[in-house]
Design a protein around this ligand. Sequence first.
Ligand code: IMP
Ligand code: MG
Length: 178
Amino acid sequence: MKTLLSEEELERGVRKLADSINDVYQDSPLTIIAIMTGSIVLLADLIRLLTMPLRVGVVQTSSYQGAQRGELKINADLMPDIKDREVLLVDDIFDTGHTLDQVIELMRQMRPASLRSAVLLRKTGRQLIDLVPDFVVFDIPDEFVVGYGLDYRDEYRNLPFLAALQEDDIRDVGSVVR
Ligand code: IMP
Ligand code: MG
């Protein structure tokens, strides 16, 4: 495993993100919707640096396996009502872009007053969707990363830093269901 972003670098990045969000929304009430489970650590660190009146909700996404592999399932049961509210979607990593794109489509149907998106990480050269998140903290190389909420087969989310998996950690990264 190779460290890509240290605890200190992540902390500085999240602080920068919080400053930008505080600047954009000022004192307007905001609803943050985090895409679980990968953004759980980012969510906890970020919301404590935000200064506007804040509501927090989550959606969970997961990919089907087998015949429908790649199809995204979105569970929005734990989401507060967002109609006519300023909404910011938060995700850990922007890879192909499918997850954020489909969650945005679902949120739009709920008629928020505004809808923006923030991601901690964006993988270089991987995007398949014509969508640019409003806030991007770090651009990283195209490697499979874990830690700070991100998992490999449900492990490593608790690492306080971000690491890239190496050959000896894993041989079939390409088959990971994301
Ligand atoms: P996208 O739909 O391809 O943009 O993928 C976004 C989702 O895939 C993220 O929310 C993560 O859950 C997962 N993902 C993508 N790349 C990685 C990675 O390198 N490590 C861990 N999870 C990843
Ligand atoms: Mg995710």
